[in-house]
Design a binder for this molecule. Structure first.
Ligand code: EPU
Length: 434
């Protein structure tokens, strides 16, 4: 089984790593967890009410633990049982999460909108860039300013204050310069308690935004235009508690579809909402995979793979979060594929690692030319970011020999029980030095 890399090589370090021996077909059914990027923002939205917010289907991820710590630091009470998370924010006593906490999770900046609407003041450190790009938050800040907040940015801290005598933000028209998911969510959370009507134009249409609107509506918010790029919010004075289930994680589902594709296997993946992944389904079908809706799930059957090309785009276009895993699949497809990454300026760091595994990829600026090869070979590799880690796991499933993958910190941020799930489908995968 250890054809590729000597076992000694893996044992030289106590670094956590995945050990994957490639070449196994997968079969069976995999359960998709709740969506990380929804759950994180729904947690931020829980700050908008005194009442209990009960979230179901919350995935067990380190990012969720980080967000929990942020809410705790603000004075919220949390009760987390399996995938059920109850949050009570009736005794918020801090409007200024620490740099240490915010720095560990970029999405925590998104709580600035709910914190401001609820407490009248929010001081949140600028999150800074991350490995995949600079990731500005200018649109979030511009939106809050348009809603009447007084904003100051000094010493790396964004201070937002409501100065109106009514202690409420005021509704307005906001035209986003780009359909930012986070900015749309931040503005939504601020606008639901504002006085009057807010219209967000060029809003993001991602399913996670729709999920946030679902929770806010369940809490008593008045929002129109769900799933479109023009969202209208009529502010209310108060929001109440709610019991709400997070949507299934479309990126995790897509990653398992690609696991089936690259290993030329048949899998059932559930729960699965096809409308959340239309662009990905189209490309998988173009590559030769057969997909069939099966109750609340989907069955994918993959055989020989053909090359396909795509450019990442905001929803409903091809999602950037599946660009890296899809590239892994295309390294084994017949012919030449082109992938262009248009959302982030530095999200092709998996390319050198895939090249080390024998993939034929030529990079030119934001575009990768991938020529399918008949075989990948195992090598020690390191994940540079969350989705790159998934890409390396997929490549290792078909590589000749045993691959050791480091950088699992990234994987654990966004994939619940990845190796357990793959093992249950028949993969030879283990975690060393957990
Ligand atoms: N942008 C700006 N100005 C802004 C905000 C964004 O120019 O003020 C640009 C960004 O630089 C980027 C693009 O807009 O080029 C998209 O950024 P967006 O704000 O939509 O992304 P986000 O809200 O920061 C969320 C997900 C990401 C996912 C993107 C795009 C969360 C917590 N994160 O980020 O998820 O890639 O939307 O779909 O919801 C991941 O899960 O691996 C991940 C990175």
């Amino acid at each position: 089984m250890n054809k590729g890399v000597g076992i000694n090589e893996a044992n030289q370090t106590l670094t956590p790593q995945l050990k994957v021996t490639g070449g196994r077909k997968l079969s069976g059914e995999v359960r998709i967890s709740g969506a990380k990027n929804s759950a994180l923002v729904l947690m931020a939205a829980s700050l908008l009410t005194d009442d209990d917010i009960n979230l179901r289907n919350v995935p067990p991820l380190t990012d969720i633990a980080c967000m929990s710590n942020i809410l705790l630091s603000l004075g919220a009470k949390l009760d987390h049982r399996v995938d059920n998370l109850s949050i009570n924010s009736s005794n918020l006593n801090n409007s200024s999460p620490s740099y240490e906490l915010v720095n560990s999770l970029r999405a925590s900046f998104f709580c600035i909108g709910s914190l401001l609407a609820r407490m009248g003041i929010a001081q949140v450190p600028l999150p800074g860039g991350c490995r995949i790009g600079t990731r500005p938050v200018a649109e979030h800040i511009r939106g809050l300013h348009a809603l009447g907040a007084k904003i100051e940015i000094e010493h790396g801290l964004v201070s937002a204050v409501i100065t109106s005598p009514q202690h409420r933000l005021r509704g307005t028209n906001i035209q986003l310069r780009c359909p930012s998911v986070g900015a749309t969510e931040t503005i939504l959370m601020a606008a639901v308690l504002a006085e009057g009507e807010t219209v967000i134009e060029n809003a993001a249409r991602e399913p996670e935004v729709t999920d946030l609107i679902g929770l806010l509506t369940a809490m008593g918010a008045n929002i129109h235009g769900t799933g479109t790029s023009t969202i209208k919010v009529i502010g209310v004075r108060r929001l109440h508690g709610a019991d709400y289930s997070v949507i299934p994680d479309r990126i995790e589902a897509g990653t398992f579809l690609l696991a089936a594709a690259i290993t030329k296997s048949k899998l059932r993946i559930a729960p699965f909402i096809p409308e959340h992944l239309t662009a990905v389904i189209d490309k998988l079908q173009e590559a030769g995979c057969i997909l069939k809706q099966d109750g609340i799930g989907v069955i994918i059957q993959a055989n020989e793979l053909k090359s396909v090309s795509f450019t990442t785009q905001p929803f409903p276009g091809f999602p950037t979060d599946l660009q890296a895993p899809f590239m892994s699949m295309l390294t084994m497809a017949k012919g030449a594929s082109l992938i262009t990454e248009k959302i982030y300026e530095n999200r092709l760091q998996h390319v050198p690692e895939l090249q080390r595994m024998g993939a034929s990829i030529v990079l030119h600026k934001d575009t990768a030319l991938i020529k399918g090869v008949s075989k990948l070979s195992a090598a020690p590799v390191t994940a540079s970011d969350l989705r790159a880690s998934a890409a390396l796991v997929l490549a290792s499933l078909v590589a000749d020999g045993t691959t050791y993958i480091r950088g699992l910190y990234h994987l654990d941020r966004g994939y619940a029980f990845m190796e357990k799930k793959l093992r249950s489908l028949g993969a030879y995968i283990d975690r060393l030095n957990p």
